[in-house]
Design a protein around this ligand. Structure first.
Ligand SMILES: [Zn+2]
Length: 50
């Protein structure tokens, strides 16, 4: 079984500045777990609406 449980918040850490910029632009969601903001909840591990 390979249920990978890497959070999408972790993906942010591997992203380039340009990718980050696209994902945090005009944020609608914030992660309760790590405090990151993003414009799609899919990018976050514990999204709550801003
Ligand atoms: Zn998170």
């Amino acid at each position: 079984m390979s249920d990978h449980d890497e959070t999408l918040c972790e993906i942010f850490e591997h992203s380039t500045i340009d990718e980050m910029r696209e994902r945090v632009k005009d944020p609608k969601w914030i992660c309760k777990g790590c405090g990151r903001a993003a414009n799609k909840k899919e990018y976050l591990c514990e999204p709550v609406e801003l």
